[in-house]
Design a protein around this ligand. Structure first.
Ligand code: NAD
Ligand code: MG
Length: 385
């Protein structure tokens, strides 16, 4: 008989979600066992984590760091692999029960597909995978009988609201957005914004890419597409509401008009723990929410004229096919360029819109079409910079 512990692989263990997932797991040692840890280039932290959590395997995708990691972990009997292909292979290991995809960007697509095909359930933080290839991922999950447990706080909220409602149709969902550091700003002020300002999120401490996405509202755009695939929704059923306090993490409205919402302090450890522990709610000592600390919960319409990325995402979702893949790849190039001070804040939307116009549209893309679209979009976006 299999022991009760869930065996977890964390892809991207050195990032914001990855390190918080390890905090959760360290507090629930009797329930979880780490099988795999992976990182892109932060080998020092990966080594420290491996020494503490004793996984079977670690992967460092940056091949130049292999020797250093292997030298540090060899005596502990931890297997060390390097490179992108290794990342896609380790998720198939027999002992893994659940793969937490906490890596950032398009790089998550291939290992997620491999994990699903190996029958592993997914705790999904890597929203880009669903944005790029939601249709394909949904089909694969059905075919291989795999569940996706959302980690993104909004989608975790929706998922929690839907427990016990399996036979009740969703009328619509309200996806809440903090509005980011530039809520209320107009185009003129945004034209001179620097990365240091954009990297200061009012409510959440996250990796650089998602923090910029939150400042441009692209994060909410990606989340709209993520919600479509996770909960099988139409565009008209997804409404974004700005809620600057980030206490209501999202809400579902059913066909009788009743709305269920999930509330809590902005702390990713809770949605991470829910995804890892599902269907159980695990006792913890995270700080509790107090209504009296928040006498005013407020709501606004998003400013879609100033923050164009939200509409670009709705457009990409409406078109379907490889358009969200184009949106995602162009956005990854735009954000990286903004972080290197190569383009201005508002130019990011221009670049994405330009790529969406110019890259060949494929209505029913295969996996290979997504790979090609991602590649071509990156080439074009880099040229247009
Ligand atoms: P991060 O930048 O802090 O960490 C990213 C992790 O992925 C690191 O471990 C890094 O080594 C690894 N990585 C980076 N590039 C890679 C590549 N090319 N190949 C393999 N591994 C690579 O990012 P994060 O903020 O933890 O976000 C991770 C994912 O979770 C993103 O998709 C993000 O949108 C999503 N998410 C994050 C938060 C949050 O609070 N941070 C909330 C919701 C969703
Ligand atoms: Mg979110």
């Amino acid at each position: 008989m299999k022991e009760k512990k869930k065996h977890i692989a964390i892809l991207g263990s050195t990032g914001s979600i990855g390190t918080q997932a390890l905090e959760v797991i360290a507090n629930q040692k009797e329930l979880f066992e780490i099988e795999v840890l992976t990182a892109h280039s932060n080998c020092e932290l990966l080594i420290t984590q491996a020494k503490k959590f004793k996984p079977n395997v670690v992967v460092i995708t940056d091949q130049s760091k292999y020797k250093k990691v292997n030298n540090a972990l060899f005596d502990l009997g931890i297997k060390v692999y390097a490179g992108k292909e290794a990342l896609a292979e380790v998720v198939e290991m027999e002992d893994i029960d659940l793969v937490l995809t906490a890596l950032v960007g398009y790089a998550g697509l291939k290992p997620t597909i491999r994990a699903i095909k190996a029958g592993k359930n997914i705790a999904l933080a890597n929203k880009e995978t669903l944005v790029v290839a939601g249709c394909l991922i949904s089909l694969l999950c059905k075919e291989y009988g795999v569940s996706i447990y959302p980690v993104d706080s909004e989608h975790s909220a929706l998922f929690q609201c839907l427990v016990g409602e399996e036979n009740n149709a969703i009328e619509k969902i309200y996806l809440t957005a903090s509005g980011g550091p530039f809520r209320g700003w107009k185009k003129q002020e945004l034209s001179t914004v620097k990365k240091e300002q954009a990297l200061k999120h009012p409510n959440w401490d996250m990796g650089a890419k998602i923090t910029i996405d939150s400042a441009t509202l692209m994060n909410k755009g990606l989340e709209v597409i993520e919600a479509k695939w996770l909960f099988d929704l139409k565009a008209e059923q997804i409404e974004v509401v700005v809620h600057p306090q980030s206490i209501i993490h999202s809400a579902v409205q059913f066909e009788d008009g009743s709305i269920k919402a999930q509330l809590g302090l902005p702390d990713m450890k809770l949605p991470i723990q829910y995804a890892l522990g599902f269907p159980e709610r695990l006792k913890n000592s995270f700080k509790r929410f107090d209504f009296l600390d928040y006498p005013h919960l407020t709501f606004e319409k998003p400013d879609r004229k100033t923050f164009r990325n939200l509409d670009l995402a709705y457009t990409a979702m409406g078109k379907g096919g490889n358009m969200p893949c184009i949106l995602n790849a162009a956005n990854e190039i735009a954000v990286a360029a903004f972080l290197k001070d190569e383009i201005g804040f508002l130019n990011m939307s221009d670049l994405i819109a330009n790529c969406m116009e110019k890259i060949t549209f494929v209505p029913n893309p295969s996996y290979e079409d997504f790979v090609e679209t991602d590649k071509q979009t990156r080439i074009l976006a880099n040229k247009l910079l």
